[in-house]
Design a binder for this molecule. Structure first.
Ligand code: HEC
Length: 151
C-alpha cells in the first residue's frame, strides 16, 4: 500500500515538473484579412474544418494545448504547420511558392494530411473522397489531375 502511495506522489511530481518545462508559444497573431487565401466556398469550408488549426493564424486551441505533455505535440504541430503553409498570409507568398504549395497540397490530401495525431482527437477533420476530389480540383486549377514528380 505504501509503495502504491509513493508511486502516485512520484507521478504527480513528474506531472508538475512537466508543466514548468518551457514549450512553444501559443498564439494567434493578428493578421490582415486581405492576406488570407481566396477560395471557392467549398474548398474554404474543407480547409477551415480540416487544416486551419495548424495552417492558419486562426487556430482553435484545445484545452490540452495548455497541459504538458500534450501541449508539446499540439504547439509544435501548429508552429511547424504554419511555417510550412499558412493560409492566413497566403497573399504574401511569391507566385512561385504558391504554385509549389498547391502541388504539395494536392499530394498531401492523399494520405499525409491532416496529421494522424490530430485526426485521432478531431475525427470530423478527416477528408472524405469527395473532399479530396474538391481539393485536388482546386489545386490543379480545374484540371483534376497533376503530374507529381517523385522527390
Ligand atoms: C495537426 C496539425 C496539422 C493539420 C490539422 C494539418 N497539417 Fe499540414 N502540416 C502540419 C505540419 C506540422 C507540417 C510540416 C511538417 C511536416 O511536413 O510533417 C505540415 C505540412 C503540410 C504541407 C507541406 C508544405 C510544404 O512545405 O510543402 C502541406 C501541403 C500540408 N501540410 C497541407 C495540409 C492540408 C491540406 C491540411 C488539411 C486537409 C493539413 N495540412 C492539416 C500540420 C498539420
Amino acid at each position: 500500500m505504501r509503495g502504491f502511495f509513493l508511486y502516485l506522489v512520484v507521478l504527480a511530481a513528474v506531472f508538475v515538473i512537466f508543466q514548468i518545462i518551457p514549450s512553444y508559444e501559443k498564439s494567434n497573431p493578428p493578421t490582415d484579412k486581405s492576406k488570407e487565401i481566396e477560395l471557392p466556398p467549398k474548398v474554404a469550408e474543407i480547409f477551415k474544418r480540416s487544416c486551419y488549426d495548424c495552417h492558419s493564424n486562426e487556430t482553435r486551441w484545445p484545452w490540452y494545448a495548455d497541459v504538458a505533455p500534450m501541449k508539446w505535440v499540439v504547439r509544435r504541430d501548429v508552429v511547424e504547420g504554419r511555417k510550412a503553409l499558412n493560409f492566413s498570409v497566403w497573399n504574401d507568398y511569391p507566385p512561385q511558392k504558391r504554385e509549389k504549395l498547391k502541388r504539395s497540397i494536392y499530394r498531401s490530401v492523399n494520405l499525409a494530411m491532416p496529421l494522424p495525431q490530430y485526426l485521432w482527437l478531431n475525427p470530423e477533420a478527416r477528408l472524405s473522397q469527395e473532399d479530396k476530389k474538391i481539393v485536388r480540383e482546386w489545386a490543379s486549377d480545374g484540371k483534376g489531375y497533376m503530374k507529381i514528380e517523385i522527390r
